[in-house]
Design a binder for this molecule. Structure first.
Ligand code: SF4
Ligand code: FES
Length: 211
């Protein structure tokens, strides 16, 4: 039996994402999409054949630089009696899984916006596991947990949002970008993130669409 190759994503500041040896690409409904041994995926947001690159970036250009105006990278701890939730706004892709999943704990209209005593640790963990970006982690009894995905490596297109990368997919670019955790992270595919190559939620402000 041939040994399975480790998938990776390679790119430069001015290129699309080149996905190498990846076996699974899913659309937002869970349908599998075709992949070649090396597949170029759009990161400028302008391809007419998303998620694939169709070369349109040569007209618009890609600038994969990080902006000075990006949200600072900073972990904050939210202490509860049984569980501590950790959150880093500089990593968040603002997909809203936390606030939609458990608004008693994650509520942006309250301060602090995370209150770990408003639900059981099990409920909170369940929601933290749905965070695609790596912006949420938790600790119990002094042990920190930030990796939750158990399946095969895969890329999932979030609806009108970033590429969600799961399962230890190595990222290699000319900027030395490092995901918060290789277990799960989100890559910008709208072209508007201030924290490229990672998604920072700006697809929402810019009304990015998949088509
Ligand atoms: S990326 Fe994570 S922390 Fe940010 S909104 Fe989504 S679930 Fe919440
Ligand atoms: S896809 Fe989220 S900021 Fe570009």
């Amino acid at each position: 039996m041939s040994e399975r190759k480790k998938p990776l994503i390679v790119f430069t500041k001015y290129s699309p994402y080149f996905v190498v040896d990846m076996e699974k690409l899913e659309d937002s409904k869970g349908n599998e999409l075709p992949l070649k041994p090396v597949t170029a995926l759009c990161r400028c947001g302008h391809s007419m054949g998303k998620p694939y690159c169709d070369g349109t970036h040569s007209r618009y250009g890609i600038d994969g630089s990080k902006s000075e105006e990006r949200v600072p990278y900073k972990w904050k701890d939210y202490w509860g009696e049984k569980i501590t939730v950790h959150y880093n706004a500089g990593v968040c892709s603002h997909d809203g899984s936390c606030v939609k999943g458990l608004s008693s704990v994650f509520n942006i209209n309250k301060r602090p916006w995370i209150n770990p005593d408003k639900a059981s640790p099990e409920e909170i963990i369940e929601v933290i596991k749905r965070c695609p970006s790596g912006a949420l982690a938790y600790s119990i009894d002094g042990v920190r947990y930030s990796d939750f995905y158990n399946g095969e490596p895969k890329i999932k297109m979030a609806r009108k949002g970033p590429l969600e990368i799961y399962g230890g997919v190595i990222l290699k670019d000319d900027e030395g970008s490092v995901p918060e955790t290789l277990d799960h992270y989100t890559l910008c595919r709208c072209g508007h993130s201030k924290n490229k190559p990672f998604c920072d939620g700006n697809h929402l402000r810019n009304k990015f669409i998949d088509a």
